[in-house]
Write a new protein. Structure first.
Length: 349
């Protein structure tokens, strides 16, 4: 079959990538979607069971740091566009070992940019780079991150993502590569690896394990439903301006402690436990080194120019997320066996 676009989606077996793949495979039957993923601890093809047999979907195992792997997939599928999500994504792991973040997030991104630059002969393509609001640093009590906010990354993770953003812009300005960029706030939803706050807390409540809160729990994050992020990537990829970046966020700020208390309440009810029982699991632990105080996104450019807005209230999305984890214990058991146990013991010893 002749496809109108051959889109390489990197990191498609991860949390956000799997939602983006699902949306594109189901919505655009004329596009061939090539999922290119190394399947690190965070990548899991189980996340894509429902689309794996679709005629417009194919999986290719590969490493974005290998120019041979990248070149091979560009040639094999005559790649016309890239949506780049592959990354090392967990701040705590970046504190323990920054080098993997430099390799995948910086070197891997430049490798992909090089392949696109050498393959594409006109501007009729899109290289969409998916990034984070963490590149802007840490906010005080007031203000929101705008697209024009200066970069001020503070963790090894955000420094590596900031560097990758700079390279994407450099390829636009220097070589005219047709790039688009998005910087999104914290996502939540199904298939989220339980090293991140929300799925970790849900899993620990279910197993009656301590709920580790870093510092006082007063750090603030702006949470967005992962499917709303996937919809934002869809509109930016199709309708965003070349060379522009777009902030994506939900105007939905929560302190960590309020969020965890809310999860405790939802799960008191769903697990038929006494009211307040789960809150007793809350345990304040040593703060994360360099812990950013507050993230909050101004997404008005995306809303005004491209007509995107979040589709779901946080409380409703959180309940759907909890239901997914309660209904998918096999998935949770699989991803939390083996290497996860070692990670967890080292991290929370
Ligand atoms: P994730 O850790 O769940 O998934 C990352 C995926 O990338 C995995 O499937 C992994 O196997 C793959 N991968 C890692 N290294 C690779 C390599 N060298 N070559 C090929 N594949 C590789 O991450 P996520 O939370 O889904 O985040 C996806 C993207 O979105 C990242 O770029 C991240 O920086 C960005 N982002 C995440 C959030 C969030 O809240 N999770 C928010 C904003 C932006
Ligand atoms: P996380 O989900 O790791 O995302 P990010 O660091 O990219 O924002 O963490 C969200 C917030 O929750 C962050 O302020 C750190 C905090 N946190 C805890 O208090 N305890 C935990 O066990 C984890 C994983 C995170």
């Amino acid at each position: 079959m002749q496809f109108s676009k051959n889109i390489l989606i990197t990191g498609g077996a991860g949390f956000i990538g799997s939602h983006v793949i699902r949306l594109f495979v189901n919505k655009y039957s004329s596009y061939r979607i090539v999922n290119f993923d190394k399947l690190t601890y965070a990548g899991n093809l189980e996340n894509l069971k429902d689309v794996e047999n679709a005629s417009n979907y194919v999986f290719e195992k590969g490493d974005i740091c290998s120019s041979d792997d990248v070149q091979r997939v560009f040639e094999k599928y005559k790649i016309t566009d890239v949506i780049h999500l592959a990354a090392e994504s967990h701040v705590d792991r970046s504190i323990e070992g920054p080098m993997d973040f430099v390799m995948t997030n910086v070197v891997g991104t430049v490798n992909l940019l090089q392949a696109a630059k050498s393959t594409w002969k006109d501007s009729n393509h899109v290289f969409h780079h998916v990034s984070t609001d963490e590149v802007f640093g840490s906010l005080g009590q007031e203000g929101l991150f705008e697209e024009t906010t200066s970069y001020d990354p503070r963790s090894p993770y955000s420094a590596s993502k900031a560097s990758s953003d700079h390279f994407v812009r450099a390829f636009f300005h220097t070589y005219g590569l047709p790039v688009k960029m998005s910087n999104c706030s914290n996502n939540y939803g199904s298939h989220h690896f339980p090293e991140k706050l929300i799925p970790l807390v849900i899993n620990n409540i279910v197993n009656k394990k301590p709920l580790p809160i870093y510092g006082k729990g007063d750090n603030i994050r702006d949470w967005l439903w992962v499917e709303d992020h996937a919809r934002a990537i869809d509109v930016i990829f199709h309708n965003g301006e070349i060379g522009e970046s777009y902030n994506v966020g939900g105007l939905n700020e929560w302190t960590n402690i309020d969020l965890v208390r809310h999860l405790c309440k939802i799960l008191d009810q769903k697990l038929n436990r006494e009211s307040g029982e789960n809150e007793q699991l809350i345990t304040f632990v040593k703060d994360r080194a360099g812990h950013d105080a507050r993230y909050a996104i101004d997404a008005s450019k995306l809303e005004k120019e491209l007509g995107w807005k979040p589709s779901i209230q946080f409380e409703q999305g959180l309940e759907k997320t909890v239901d997914w984890y309660l209904e998918n214990t096999e998935w949770v058991d699989k991803v939390t066996s083996g290497a996860y146990q070692t990670y967890y013991e080292n991290m929370y010893k």
